[in-house]
Design a protein. Structure first.
Length: 212
């Protein structure tokens, strides 16, 4: 199945496109629909192109999505996707560096936080800041949903994940697929209770935490 060309922005330039979102967005949406309340206010960390937020918002019309990214250059692309999609339940993207102790005002409390494919392509301190920040801005009983590849018991779950991990570390030794147990441990320290790990396509997982 070929990935369709992304639409053009108002300027006529093609919108930024992350091909992986075309493959994983529907399995993720099915899990989000299972966990999120209909009127959830959802903060997305590391939105990248913004395609996930737009796709989920279109299919969850009673929810409100708050995209964010730590790269200022990503914000225009996210805003362009929102404009082209014409969705009214996605707020303007925010600049948010997950490592920082202070996140932008106006976020808390949120009902849920979603993140896909960030903690293995960033230094570990980003994951630490992300989990600590989630513990601060989630409402009591709020959900943290983290998607991506993980090691279990210190071991990769597939040969392709092992190869991917080696590739990541060759690009930056601070990157790499994280241990599931280490993520759960640091989440617990931030007041986030591990509720479920769901197996996802292509050797990925969705971790679900609840704010105590």
């Amino acid at each position: 199945m070929t990935t369709p060309e992304p639409p053009a922005s108002a300027s006529g330039r093609p919108l930024p496109d992350a091909p992986a979102t075309h493959r994983n967005r529907e399995p993720i949406r099915e899990e989000l629909a299972r966990w999120l309340p209909e009127s959830a206010r959802v903060l997305e960390i590391a939105s990248g192109t913004g395609q996930h937020a737009v796709y989920f918002a279109e299919r969850m019309p009673d929810s409100t999505w708050l995209p964010s990214d730590g790269n200022p250059e990503s914000l225009d692309g996210i805003a362009a996707w929102i404009a082209v999609a014409g969705v009214g339940n996605v707020e303007a993207p925010r600049l948010l560096d997950a490592r920082r102790a202070e996140w932008p005002e106006g976020l808390d409390p949120v009902d849920a936080i979603f993140n896909a494919n960030m903690i293995h392509i960033s230094p570990w301190e980003v994951a630490e800041g992300f989990l600590a920040g989630a513990g601060r801005v989630l409402a009591s009983g709020g959900l943290l949903l983290v998607y991506g590849p993980f090691k279990v018991g210190g071991a990769h779950t597939s040969g392709s994940n092992a190869e991917f991990d080696e590739s990541l570390r060759s690009r930056d030794p601070r990157w790499g697929i994280r241990d599931l147990e280490r993520v759960i441990e640091h989440a617990a320290a931030a007041g986030l209770e591990h509720r479920e790990t769901t197996e996802m396509p292509a050797n990925n997982k969705l971790l679900v935490f609840v704010r105590r």
